[in-house]
Design a protein around this ligand. Sequence first.
Ligand code: CP
Length: 302
Amino acid sequence: MANKSLVSITDYSKEKILQILNKAAEFEKNPNQPLLQGKVVATLFFEPSTRTRLSFETAVNRLGGRVIGFSDASTTSGTKGETLKDTIIMVSNYADLIVMRNPIEGAARYAAEVAKVPIINAGDGANQHPTQTMLDLYSIKKTQGKLENLKICMVGDLKYGRTIHSLIMAMSHFNPTFTFIAPDELKLPEEYKMFCKENNIAFTEHDELTEEAISDADILYMTRVQKERFTDLYEYEKVKDVYTLRNKLLENTKPNMRILHPLPRVNEIDYDVDNNEKAYYFEQARNGVFARQAIICDLLGL
Ligand code: CP
């Protein structure tokens, strides 16, 4: 790899994670600084996004940089047959850093190998979403005052949810206990369970979202069923509304417990929950600007 890139959350050591979180806290206090003046950041989104692209672009704009890119790959020369390799080499000619989302697992690693500038993986298929993980960690630390020894309950699409996969790996530095709640069709893949076992991380698995299963959680991490990853939409229809979090279910949860969700939400959190003091998902998305400012500045050596 020619350049320092952020492709997987495992590219960051525990020390680097903590350093980025500290930088993010500084950016939250002062998000408008001219650190990226003269720099161009490319945002290449081969897959839809609201939060990730706009928070990256906000992060760059608030730091005085410029943004180029696309949010719809159908407007690019990829439709004429240009390869990902050629696209990345070309954009390396124009930008100092590339943020890329792509539906293919491993696309970000490949891009990092051919790019002349750093690549940030903004999500590659069901694989990894490391910048989401950094804002998740930031949100967890902000709401719990620590990252160590927390009970984290993950609910929904644990099979295709890349934010789940990245977060499990990142939390392995901090002695978590996991509760995984998913229907059979969307259970956590074996490789991540193996990862937990190899790292002595305690976990339990459940089929049902019950009061008992979430009663000792510090973080309740809800996820959407990832329709775009299903090859058979009949299979999606069977599980799409498997869980809906409602206020009634939250009545006996711990006072410090906070609900996170990478968003977008579909039916998995009832709108009434938005007014519950334990709902944190919109603030979580706001934290993405500061986490991404810290990541960009680190990769550019600023
Ligand atoms: N959390 C997240 O990746 O959201 P978007 O798909 O809107 O970017």
